[in-house]
Design a protein around this ligand. Sequence first.
Ligand SMILES: C[S@@+](CC[C@H](N)C(=O)[O-])C[C@H]1O[C@@H](n2cnc3c(N)ncnc32)[C@H](O)[C@@H]1O
Length: 334
Amino acid sequence: METPEDERLDVTKEPVGLSFTHSPVMVEEVLSYISSAPLGLVVDVTVGLGGHSSAILESIEGSQILGMDRDLRALEIAEGRLARFAGRYRLALSRFSGLSAEIAKLEGEGFSAAEAGVSAVFADLGVSSMQFDDPTRGFSIRADGPLDMRMGPSGSSLTASEIVNGASFDELVELFYSQDEPHAKRISEAIVRNRPIDTTAQLAGLVEKAVPFHFRKGHIHPATRIFQALRIVVNDEEKELDSLLSQALDLVMPGGVIVVLSYHSGEDRVVKDRFLEASTGGCRCPKVLGCVCGAISRGVVLTRGAKLPKKSEAETNIRSRSARLRAFQITGGE
Ligand SMILES: C[S@@+](CC[C@H](N)C(=O)[O-])C[C@H]1O[C@@H](n2cnc3c(N)ncnc32)[C@H](O)[C@@H]1O
């Protein structure tokens, strides 16, 4: 069964508003992997509000960062948070799929770490607290807003509204099943019957009424998987993650690391499988024979099973509760 980004999306527990209170998730663990890599360029592809990036710049002497995000507002906030490290970071408005291109641009700019090569790629997947907490962005189940859900509003045109109001019944069912929503048919029927649906509160209320009574009062809102499914499609998240991992495996220098924090089992599985495949080179030869297919390993998986946040962090940082960290090291380092 898919695990939704339950704690992150359970906005019932969070104040609604633009507070931007944000503690980076599993920061100690992230730092320990990144600091084990040789010195070079650290790429934080989800710079968001700058939480992890500022911790890296603060804690790892001589570190330099390229911080990327597809959300211009996030970059403005990150800029404010990172300003005290002037000269040691660059920010870029880009999707994951633009990773190699952004690094190539930096090389031409004479940013010294970029000349040294990429020592780490870090991703903290999903939506930031700023994006969740701003009702106008349309990610929030509780606070009313337009059905938007674009992480980078200026860079893409598809909105959640277009899917909710334009997709066929069958397309909706397939989409919601893809997030393991057990009531996909009932919910899709209710959506099709009640269109047009203009706001997040309308959609959340309609889903709540569509599911059987005893599913309405749990600790996770019954529309959680529906919102998650819509957001994944609106932001093309599966393709973006795939592109990120492929590029990172090619870009990171020997001894360097790729570190990913995921928040639902769908994306965690993708990361797990890609790391495993990179470690075996895709070899399927029976262990007893040893490898006879000539597959070449790209490195080693550093996390046997996903790392979870410490109990103390899970108790104090709601957003960490569904986090799973996986790390991979490219072969050839000291
Ligand atoms: C969970 S937040 C990161 C928070 C950040 N680690 C911090 O400590 O402040 C995820 C960020 O990644 C960005 N993001 C998600 N998918 C992206 C993609 N495909 N390309 C670029 N940015 C993306 C979102 O816009 C969001 O700002």
